[in-house]
Design a protein. Structure first.
Length: 284
């Protein structure tokens, strides 16, 4: 059955580590997108292996005690990109492999990651980028296999980055042809590429569509707006999920604007949850 999830980072920052997951559960969510692997210059990555394992065990216990599932984790992401040299790519791969193992320790089997961007995000030829990602993501899929974790390659928002469109990500995954490499479709990233997210859902199909990032924008910039506040046709998107019989998690990558506080924020957070249920085609 389809589930409803959200990113945990904003809730941790607003409510604190002790209260974040209980708050997320009280709103009504089934799942979270665990974001602690995004930044790697942290004690989690710079400590010992035993410290890493113990920290994740503690997080898992807290999340499960709140009655939540970790449906997906988000792997390391740096901006501006730092993939320009073999040394940088090797270091990134090491951190990704570490967080894939961490994903398994969390009891999660979906790991979202961006393509590597070896020469930044400016105008580049597709083929060299494609070939480098082909090698990198193929090796990453093997790390996924070793740990029982599916790598979910995410489409990107940069209009002048040839690896960004969902079709290119899908082509890459199909060429690698591993059951351990699927697609995470980001709806907001689609629209900056002038791609209708519903069309992308139908193109990718149920077999390859493993994870979602749900948010809206103005069609130009990656703003991470609440759904229905931008240009995306959410009725068509909902129908597309139904057309392919998607049964994963409708996972939000947005929260109400920071200026909402107190009781008004509580209402906004609840409203956003119900918005996700509407997109998922669930009653409320």
């Amino acid at each position: 059955m389809i589930k409803i999830g959200t990113i945990d980072g904003p809730y941790i920052r607003r409510y604190g580590q002790e209260n974040a997951y209980e708050t997320i559960k009280s709103i009504g969510y089934d799942c979270i997108d665990y974001q602690r692997f995004i930044h790697t210059d942290t004690p989690l990555f710079n400590g010992t292996e035993s410290d890493f394992d113990a920290s994740l065990a503690s997080d898992r216990k807290q999340i499960e005690s709140a009655g939540l599932e970790i449906y997906q984790t988000h792997g390391p992401w740096r901006f501006p990109p730092q993939d320009g040299t073999p040394e940088e790519r090797a270091e990134r791969f090491e951190k990704m492999a570490m967080s894939i193992r961490g994903t398994a320790l969390l009891g999660c089997n979906n790991y979202v990651i961006h393509p590597i961007m070896p020469w930044g995000v400016g105008e580049q030829e597709l083929q060299p980028l494609f070939d480098m990602n082909l090698d990198f993501m193929g090796r990453l899929a093997e790390e996924g296999r070793k740990n029982g974790v599916i790598i979910c390659l995410e489409n990107m928002p940069m209009f002048n980055f040839p690896m960004a469109p969902p079709k290119v990500c899908l082509d890459l995954a199909k060429e690698i042809n591993s059951p351990w490499l699927k697609i995470c479709l980001d709806t907001g990233h689609c629209t900056t590429q002038k791609v209708n997210p519903a069309d992308a859902v139908r193109m990718i199909g149920k077999e390859m569509l493993r994870a979602l990032h749900i948010h809206d924008n103005d069609g130009t910039n990656d703003k991470h707006w609440v759904p229905y506040t931008g240009i995306i046709d959410w009725e068509d998107f909902k129908k597309a999920l139904q057309d392919i019989k998607f049964d994963g998690c409708v996972s939000l990558e947005t929260v109400p604007p920071i200026k909402f506080t107190g009781k008004l924020r509580t209402l906004q957070e609840k409203s956003l949850f119900y918005t996700a249920r509407e997109i998922a085609g669930l009653p409320f």
